[in-house]
Design a protein around this ligand. Sequence first.
Ligand SMILES: O=C([O-])CC(=O)C(=O)O
Ligand code: NI
Length: 238
Amino acid sequence: MLDPSKVIEFLSKYASCDVSDALVKRGHKFGGYIPNLNRYSSNAKGTTMAGKAYTILFAPKDDPRPAIKGGYIDNLPADSVLVISTTTNLQKLDSPFTKLNNALYGGLMSTRAQYLKSNGTVVFGRIRDIDEHRDLHRDVFAYGIGSTAHAPVVKMVGINVPLEILIDEYPEPRKEIINPGDYIVGDNNGIVKVEDNAELETLIDYIPKRVNADNLVKEDILKGEKCNPSQKKRRAGL
Ligand SMILES: O=C([O-])CC(=O)C(=O)O
Ligand code: NI
């Protein structure tokens, strides 16, 4: 297995699009993209967020599972990306992608997460305290914003469990699973998931080659060459 801190350092140097190109090349037609999340707040340099998923699951109060007490934020590992979602009965295929109008995440959570050196937060729901995340320069991606805390309507039922995300797609909707430990990459284009498996080494090998090829295509275009033949030439053998 590759050293996670090295993988995170590597991924943070590239764009989410570069990662998707590599995944498409490996036969993943959706390129790992998890749609509809907005970047509400960004790290100070505006660079790519990367880290290992630390997952949290919320369910409606009437879910049969007991609430997990004591919170989760104090155990957040350094280099993690905190990923918060809900059970699928609170998800929607169409905008705003959640039935929950209470916010799942706020500024105090970000303050603690930043202190623990976690790399960012992804919320499949609403967030609040938006200015606090921005003041902290924390990377925060979410479906939307809100004003009210989550506690009156949902409870935490899972820490580091697989999260099921409903995604509308042609010809039919699908479910994306985010497992704890998956690599999560995010920038202004959105969020991409990369599984931590044997394929990772090939992806890491491919990404710089493809980026280099595309840089050469750009140079060709700026010199007046046609795009399509240049792409063909520069990407040959990749
Ligand atoms: O109180 C909450 O549930 C979340 C919140 O606003 C914060 O973390 O600041
Ligand atoms: Ni708050």
